[in-house]
Ligand binder design. Structure first.
Ligand SMILES: [Mn+2]
Length: 327
């Protein structure tokens, strides 16, 4: 079934002269890597087409991958094809002009939801990353498509970051086989990993602060309030502040961990993570969503945040009482 969808996508791409590639707001490595990677493949394969990566949001941390395209006049969208990557719902698309285009393709790995979009959809929930799907697409049409080392590096960046360096349960044999295709292009992994994972000296001071200030509920929910004061004290960017969630991911017995990031505008961004049990339903109760074990939501007060912590604690207590084998 997916083979037919992929073929349809390739034929649709071939039928347009202008193609716009975009992604979700607050782009992560997968959103950024997949859009850059696909743009690179299509530019190399179809040099006669005008292909633009047009997103309203960029990422400081991943700027090393290279510059992005400037905003063209609205007329550019006329008769153009839009490809949206890694974006589950229409409201999260980081491009407010896609309605001006002729046709929209959606390629995604987020669970189905009530805000569908796209004329052609290729959705595989089980996939570890969109980058993996783009490499799969490339491999399916290897004779017609060209993968450049730059595109391979962008795609590898997304595969590595969205899979937690190939550790998450979504990683399959296919994931590694497709990653191998990228490595065969000659990626400078020493430089890439240094850029992705090395941190400034001050960051480790921040990390120490996080471990000093995080809390744990009775049943083992680890959580932290990333206040404005904390963000200013350590000079944290929006991304760095929200990445705090990752620091709490390896605490024995803490199967759910939450980070509450004060946006400074009256809203508090919540990042939810879990192992063995799912946090997606909890996020959904607060108007959020995402993956089973990695979700996001927004609350509007610290009281509401604590209510969420209490619900997570109750869920975890129930889980631990009725399951074995977790740690
Ligand atoms: Mn993704």
């Amino acid at each position: 079934m997916n083979e037919a969808i992929k073929k349809n996508i390739l034929n649709t791409i071939k039928s347009y002269d202008k193609i716009i590639i975009t992604r979700h707001q607050r782009p992560d490595g997968d959103a950024l890597g997949s859009t850059r990677g696909l743009a690179g493949i299509l530019r190399a394969s179809f040099p006669e087409k005008d292909i633009r990566l047009l997103s309203e949001d960029r990422s400081e941390e991943l700027a090393f991958l290279g510059p992005e395209d400037e905003t063209p006049p609205d007329s550019f969208y006329e008769g153009a094809l839009v490809i949206v990557l890694d974006t589950g719902t229409k409201d999260r698309i980081a491009n407010g002009k896609i309605h001006l285009a002729a046709e929209v393709i959606k390629i995604d790995h987020h669970p189905a939801n009530d805000l569908p979009y796209g004329d052609i959809c290729w959705i595989e929930e089980g996939r570890s990353s969109i980058c993996e799907m783009i490499v799969d697409f490339y491999v399916s049409f290897k004779d017609e498509l060209i993968l450049t080392p730059e595109a391979a590096t962008a795609l590898y960046t997304g595969m590595v970051t969205d899979s937690g360096r190939f550790r998450f349960p979504s990683v399959t044999g296919d994931t590694l086989r497709l990653a191998a295709v990228l490595l065969d292009q000659g990626i400078d992994t020493e430089s890439l990993f240094a850029r992705l994972y090395m941190e400034d000296y001050e960051f480790f001071k921040y990390e120490a602060y996080v471990y000093e200030h995080m809390e744990r509920t009775e049943n083992g929910v680890a959580y932290l309030f990333v206040t404005r004061e904390m963000q200013e004290r350590f000079g944290l960017s929006r991304e760095a502040a929200s990445n705090t969630i990752g620091l709490m991911d390896s605490i024995k017995g803490c199967l759910i961990w939450l980070a509450f990031i004060d946006n400074g505008d009256g809203s508090i961004r919540v990042r939810l993570r879990s192992r063995f049990t799912e946090v997606q339903p909890l996020a959904a109760r607060y108007g959020g969503g995402g993956h089973d074990r990695a979700s996001g939501a927004t609350v509007h007060s610290w009281e509401e945040a604590l209510k969420m912590v209490a619900e997570a604690d109750a869920q975890l207590g129930e889980y631990k009482a009725t399951h074995e084998g977790w740690l």
